[in-house]
Design a protein around this ligand. Sequence first.
Ligand SMILES: [Zn+2]
Ligand SMILES: [Zn+2]
Length: 262
Amino acid sequence: MHAEPQPPQAGWPRLRCLVESLAPRLSGPPPDGLGLCGCCRGPAGRDSSRCFQCDLHAELMPGMLPDVVVPVAYAVKGGEHARNLWLYKSGQPGAAAARVMLGALLMVFLADHGQCVWRRAGMTRPSHVAVIPSSRGRPGPHPLRALVAGRVALPWAPLELRSAIGKDLRNPSPDRFRTGRLPGAAVVLLDDTWTSGASAASAAAVLKLAGARQVAVIVLGRHVAAPTDHPAGSSFSPEAMPFNPERCAVHETPAVAAGPRP
Ligand SMILES: [Zn+2]
Ligand SMILES: [Zn+2]
């Protein structure tokens, strides 16, 4: 992100090695995969190109949804990636290792697929970066911000939780957060885990109300149920979608990027 991420101290070869070592144990959405929600890449509804939650968010906040949502990988319940996403902010043994792994995954993704995300969001390049505040209202800077701090040369768009407790967190609302004025901004909104998407939808809405022209959400893990918990007859299967560091959910092959053939 000068988009281009700054070379971190650990060095790119080490970061890429880490991602390559993790990749065989991850799953991730293939580019514009069939049967996936066109927004969050979870399982799509039977009669919709989106999942129930994303359909609901579109209905509740028309015109204020993120321009694109790109999960780096699936966070399968009980799996290693889901565990790392919990561990990295836990302070428990293994937290430091989880932070190194998630930091590598995010920085390599931004370097390799940032352009894919900006293009799909309709921005030339981002002007600001923001992290979705935790709904638990944990004090201090967000642990995800610490993962990218000093590595991303973009100004931070202010984004704070307005009220942590006593609010209905199931439905999205721009009232959940506050920000400053952001006329014409193109914001990359980072989050660790996407569960219902209500906080990302709320954050995108408040940024757009503040004047942001585009909001692109990148999420480290799109939470999905464990394979044994998928409803009978569901065709959604993360195991059938191996993570591939060379492509992303909105990856375009050169032929596709060049437009339809005559
Ligand atoms: Zn969805
Ligand atoms: Zn890509």
